[in-house]
Design a binder for this molecule. Structure first.
Ligand SMILES: [Zn+2]
Ligand SMILES: [Zn+2]
Length: 174
């Protein structure tokens, strides 16, 4: 969505609030944000925040939420949740900033289009893996059982197939 910030620029208002949803597909049907492998996004990006004008210094503060569906990295159980991310930037007129523009969003002719920046930000901050719980015990490398649901006796049995021992090590290190 394009925000009209002309009232802020002209000094008519000091604060401009916004609250809207960036859909997963833009008007051309292109993805606005691509999910990482093994993740599906279940909602658009809900963004809400405000721009505050402090004598020409425009501070933008926003929080974003996006719904996702994925699987636990250890036990492969389906997970659903909402990823939340907050950020702050400075809104400045395009062409007035030199050098590093990462901390800025650009106003062009009284308009501010945050969608691309927000999608990029959320995509960068989105976790690379999820766990159903920090204490998730994962799958047993020997019998394949979900050790959160059903304890197995494999760890107490002495002879472990050497090929599985390697897998067990890998799983334990996760
Ligand atoms: Zn798990
Ligand atoms: Zn087992």
């Amino acid at each position: 969505m394009i925000l009209d910030v002309s009232a802020l620029l002209s000094g008519k208002v000091d604060v401009l609030e916004f609250d809207y949803i960036i859909p997963l597909l833009d008007e051309e049907g292109e993805a606005t944000i691509l999910p990482p492998p093994d993740v599906d996004f279940t909602s658009g990006i809900h963004i809400c925040g405000r721009i505050t004008d402090n004598a020409g210094y425009m501070a933008l503060k926003a929080s974003c939420e996006i719904g996702y569906r994925t699987a636990c990295a250890r036990c492969l159980t389906d997970l659903e949740g909402t990823f939340c991310y907050e950020f702050e930037k400075i809104a400045a007129k395009a062409g007035t900033i030199e050098g590093d523009e990462d901390n800025y969003v650009m106003i062009t002719e009284g308009r501010l289009d945050l969608d691309r920046d927000v999608a990029e930000e959320v995509s960068l901050e989105f976790p690379t893996r999820f766990l159903c719980s920090e204490e998730c015990l994962g799958l047993c490398p020997k019998c394949g059982k979900n050790r959160n649901l059903e304890p197995c006796d494999c760890a107490n049995q002495k002879e472990i197939d050497p090929r599985l021992a390697i897998l067990q090590k890998l799983l334990e290190n996760q």
